[in-house]
Design a protein around this ligand. Structure first.
Ligand SMILES: Cc1cc2nc3c(=O)[nH]c(=O)nc-3n(C[C@H](O)[C@H](O)[C@H](O)COP(=O)(O)OP(=O)(O)OC[C@H]3O[C@@H](n4cnc5c(N)ncnc54)[C@H](O)[C@@H]3O)c2cc1C
Length: 419
């Protein structure tokens, strides 16, 4: 059958689901996206997107809309959390000349909005309040069953909402793309390989208006402040008006239930948060402590991941493909989780249109083959970056000397950015 007339179901309307739906619609498949939340929306704060990702967004014609809400930071600075010194800097405004596309920072909700607008323009069918529970496939088609989710205030609460058993429905399609995130239930049915793992790292995230900060704390750069078992990442979003600040520490969250973890948006009392952050940042420089002190309303993300992908069979099986965090959840230390989801989407559409006369399972097998090693490499590199950022003792000393002497050469990543 030609790929033109085939129907594809996408489960999950996050960055991965929208990007996949959009990419497949652009190559003329009929796409329907099923989302559990009562509206298509995005939680979270900022994301960085390298030229490997903005190149794809540009090819989809989205860069002008992205430009209206993105920020173009001048430099990526690696800094010592203890002394505050800049150990090395990578110029980012130069990325377009070097890699043919810019390095940007953007609020996740703004990126989601641009994708959603384009998904609508492409005529994708969008259905929310739909919790997909089961999948079945044979050599001809895929069936999914879903329950209606009672409307809740927002996506975070929708995660906790009970699906009503008496309102189940069934959808049949030629292909299914699983994009239901790190806690994917459909992955369990397809691969039966257990839940994502706790990394033992926790991200505290805050957004602050730059105008509310003392002048010396305002910045249009990306900075990574590396301490002992802690690091802080800061960068501007929303045209530079806001500063996104993330403090990444080690330690489990006591008493957090699985449902809390899935909510991705835990909060503690301001006093508890402040005590946690002070403990984690003791011995760091005055600038960093002042920055963290100036931010309020911290949200918590216990970080979960999976070991790097082992084979193409973890990316697709028959008529079902996995994309984004459902396929390869990773630590945020290379800032590429959403980026890899967008790369997945582009590759999915590429194989879909390049092999129009092949069976869906052959197209998905080609997609899986093309993607798994890159995703595994990015996952592995993200784990290693975490070890480097959190190094202590002699390793920390060696890291700082390496950054001071090799600087830009260590920070630039042509293998990642040039595609
Ligand atoms: C602290 C932190 C910083 C980060 N920084 C960056 C960065 O700088 N750059 C970058 O590229 N990435 C970054 N990431 C990673 C990035 O945010 C994620 O990789 C990306 O958002 C994953 O998108 P997704 O669509 O795969 O999953 P999700 O965003 O989790 O979306 C899954 C969707 O599926 C829906 N869903 C779930 N189950 C069902 C079901 N049964 N039926 C229907 N719908 C369902 C959910 O409601 C949700 O909308 C960061 C992550 C963290 C935690």
């Amino acid at each position: 059958m030609s790929s033109m007339s085939e129907k594809v179901l996408v489960v999950g309307g996050g960055i991965a689901g929208l990007a996949s739906g959009l990419a497949l619609a652009r190559v003329n498949s009929q796409v329907k996206i099923l989302e559990r939340a009562h509206t298509f929306t995005e939680v979270g704060a900022g994301v960085q997107l390298g030229p490997n990702v903005t190149r794809i967004l540009n090819a989809w014609g989205l860069l002008p809309a992205i430009e209206e809400v993105a920020t173009y930071p001048a430099n990526l600075n690696a800094r010592s959390a203890k002394s505050g010194a800049v150990l090395a800097a990578l110029p980012l405004l130069d990325m377009t000349r070097r890699y043919g596309a810019p390095y940007i920072t953007i609020h996740r909700a703004d990126l989601h909005k641009v994708l959603l607008q384009e998904v609508r323009t492409q005529g994708v069918d969008l259905q929310c309040n739909t919790c997909v529970q089961n999948l079945n496939q044979d050599s001809q088609q895929v069936r999914v069953t879903s329950s209606v989710v009672e409307a809740k205030e927002d996506k975070v609460n929708a995660i906790a909402a009970a699906a009503t058993d008496d309102q189940t429905s069934e959808e049949i399609a030629n292909a299914l793309v699983i994009a239901d995130g790190v806690w994917s239930t459909l992955r369990q049915q397809l691969l039966d390989d257990g839940l994502a793992r706790m990394t033992g790292h926790v991200a505290y995230r805050a957004l602050v208006l730059q105008a509310d900060l003392p002048a010396h704390l305002r910045t249009q750069d990306v900075s990574v402040w590396m301490g002992s078992k802690v690091h802080v990442v800061q960068y501007p979003v929303r045209g530079g008006e806001w500063l996104n600040v993330v403090c990444l520490t080690e330690g489990q969250l006591q008493g957090a239930a699985l449902q809390d973890l899935q909510g991705w948006n835990l909060s503690k009392t301001p006093r508890e948060t402040s005590a946690d952050l002070q403990r984690a940042l003791s011995g760091t420089c005055a600038h960093l402590q002042a920055l963290v002190e100036a931010c309020g309303n911290w949200r918590l993300w216990p970080l979960c991941d999976r070991p790097p992908m082992q084979s193409a069979t973890q990316h697709a099986k028959g008529r079902v493909a996995l994309v984004g965090d459902a396929a390869h959840p990773m630590r945020p230390y290379l800032a590429q989780g959403a980026g890899m989801a967008i790369e997945d989407a582009a590759e999915l559409a590429h194989q879909w249109s390049a092999l129009p006369n092949q069976d869906v399972s052959q197209r998905f097998a080609a997609f899986a083959q093309a993607r798994w090693q890159r995703n595994a490499r990015v996952q592995a590199r993200a784990i290693r970056n975490g070890e480097i950022f959190h190094a202590t003792g002699p390793l920390q000393w060696a890291r700082d000397v390496g950054l001071r002497t090799l600087g830009e050469r260590l920070m630039d990543m042509p293998w990642l950015y040039a595609r």
